[in-house]
Ligand binder design. Structure first.
Ligand code: ADP
Length: 253
């Protein structure tokens, strides 16, 4: 009988702990949701005035002839765009957490998108030259074009940011009969095998690159976007030599 009583008491104690844990879990979950809501709200509020600022800056940049002032305006606009991208990252992160990231799928030629982006990249003032290798034929995918553009911008900006002593970046497109694969290659700082494992986690930033600014959200978002397209995203890298980030998307035949 005594054994029985001890058993019942043990079960009751375990049940109490489980209840406590589940209440704690609910509390943490609700706090975490509040945090994401706050980030979403704050990012949205920050974006509104920034859009107006960008509009006026663009107008002035087009109107002003004086080269020095024009240069200052271009630089200010670049920084405003950077700020805008950071806010977008935060906004997208909170949407992912809330399961609210939406996609508009359409059929398009990814080669054409890459060509356009390559031109813009090489036209925009920057220290790196983007070298392309796309093959001859169009490559059709069914995807959210804007999101894929965002993925490419992330990878290209990273390649530039994390290769301060190099001057070239390589952008390649290949396909087999099932999928298209895009590769962004740099000759920069590179990553150790341990860092490569962590690189797609939220807020992760490799110790060796902490001197370069960033939030550690770009690759996390990139991964979520590619996963949602039933694609694959991966990295090959060697410390001190450079990195190769590549993603594949199913073809739309
Ligand atoms: P951020 O660049 O804002 O830090 P990301 O999520 O894009 O955020 O990247 C996460 C981390 O991965 C970076 O902080 C950097 O340490 C590492 N990383 C990303 N791309 C590269 C690259 N091309 N070469 C070396 N390290 C990289």
């Amino acid at each position: 009988k005594k054994e029985h009583e001890i058993m019942v008491r043990n079960i009751a104690a375990q049940a109490a702990i489980a209840l406590d844990n589940s209440q704690l879990f609910e509390k943490v979950k609700s706090l975490s949701e509040k945090k994401d809501e706050f980030i979403a709200l704050a990012s949205h509020e920050l974006k509104t005035p920034l859009t107006t600022i960008k509009g006026y800056l663009q107008f002035l940049e087009n109107k002003i002839e004086e080269p020095r002032i024009k240069l200052f305006l271009t630089k200010t606009l670049d920084q405003a765009n950077r700020l805008n991208n950071l806010i977008d990252d935060l906004l997208n992160m909170s949407r992912i957490e809330a399961g609210k990231l939406q996609f508009n799928y359409e059929r398009f030629d990814i080669k054409e998108l890459l060509q356009e982006m390559c031109e813009t990249f090489n036209y925009t003032e920057g220290s790196h030259q983007l070298i392309s290798d796309f093959g001859d034929d169009p490559v059709y995918v069914k995807a959210d074009k804007q999101r894929i553009e965002q993925v490419l911008n992330n990878l290209l900006n990273n390649a530039e940011k994390y290769s301060p002593n190099a001057d070239k970046i390589y952008l390649k497109l290949k396909n087999d009969d099932k999928k298209a694969t895009v590769t962004v290659e740099d000759e920069g700082l590179g990553l150790t095998p341990e860092q490569q494992q962590m690189v797609f986690s939220r807020f992760y930033r490799a110790e060796s690159t902490k001197g370069i600014n960033g939030l550690g959200l770009g690759l996390y978002l990139t991964k979520q976007i590619i996963d949602s397209h039933s694609g694959e995203l991966a990295v090959k890298s060697e410390e001190g030599k450079g990195s190769e980030f590549y993603f594949s998307l199913p073809l739309d035949l």
